[in-house]
Design a protein around this ligand. Structure first.
Ligand SMILES: CCCCCCCCCCCCCCCC(=O)SCCNC(=O)CCNC(=O)[C@H](O)C(C)(C)COP(=O)(O)OP(=O)(O)OC[C@H]1O[C@@H](n2cnc3c(N)ncnc32)[C@H](O)[C@@H]1OP(=O)(O)O
Length: 164
């Protein structure tokens, strides 16, 4: 069952917690072909998402689920990696964050979407127990759509979790 957020916790728009993080792919981040390692990218996605969820909730958060992550095309050594994170939905103690990843060629300035990921975080109190978070108040048409789509993904995630 989907727990709705508690309105007594207040409402925050996605714009209040969004994050843009920039990294540069260095040789140590790459495989023998000079492509950014998938594991390194997953680490950055996790950090960007966690900052969004911490900003929204005002608490330390832990990652409880990462939905499938597709690698559409490589990002090369020397290119920039731009990670844009935005909250889509919150439940009672959990939050879904979307992270879009772009590769940017510094010389040409060309930027392309290379990855999209959805992560679920849970806010924890000082004793490490799940704690309530503010509701998400979508403002733009895209944010309203993301909110509705998040509910569908949430149902699928909970089914997966319970082994249905
Ligand atoms: C202001 C402070 C700043 C601090 C500065 C921060 C700076 C920002 C940088 C940090 C950067 C590092 C960030 C890395 C973050 C990690 O990598 S954390 C390490 C990896 N993750 C973990 O170790 C978490 C392990 N899991 C757990 O400990 C337990 O599952 C938890 C999270 C305590 C929850 O326990 P539980 O018994 O499952 O509790 P339960 O009440 O059943 O579930 C709580 C909520 O989680 C949901 N949930 C649980 N599992 C799932 C699942 N698989 N799928 C979907 N939802 C789920 C439930 O549905 C429920 O949602 P709500 O209905 O309340 O909305």
């Amino acid at each position: 069952m989907i727990n709705a957020c508690d309105p007594n916790m207040g409402f925050k728009p996605p714009s209040a917690s969004k994050v843009e993080m920039t990294e540069m792919v260095l040789p140590n981040d790459a495989n023998g072909l000079g492509n950014l390692l998938g594991g390194r990218l997953m680490h950055w996605i996790d950090i960007a998402g966690a900052i969004v969820a911490s900003r929204h909730s005002g608490h330390t958060v832990v990652t409880v689920a990462v939905d499938s992550l597709d690698f559409k095309e490589p990002i090369k050594v020397g290119e920039l990696v731009i990670l844009r994170g935005k909250i889509t939905w919150s439940g009672r103690t959990s939050m879904e964050v979307a992270v879009d990843v772009y590769g940017e060629n510094l010389t040409t300035g060309q930027r392309r979407l290379t990855n999209e990921a959805y992560l679920t975080f849970v806010a924890l109190d000082d004793d490490g127990h799940p704690t309530p978070v503010p509701c998400v108040s979508p403002e733009t048409p895209d944010e309203h759509k993301a909110f509705q789509d998040a509910i569908i993904r949430r149902e699928q995630r909970l089914k997966r979790r319970s082994g249905e």
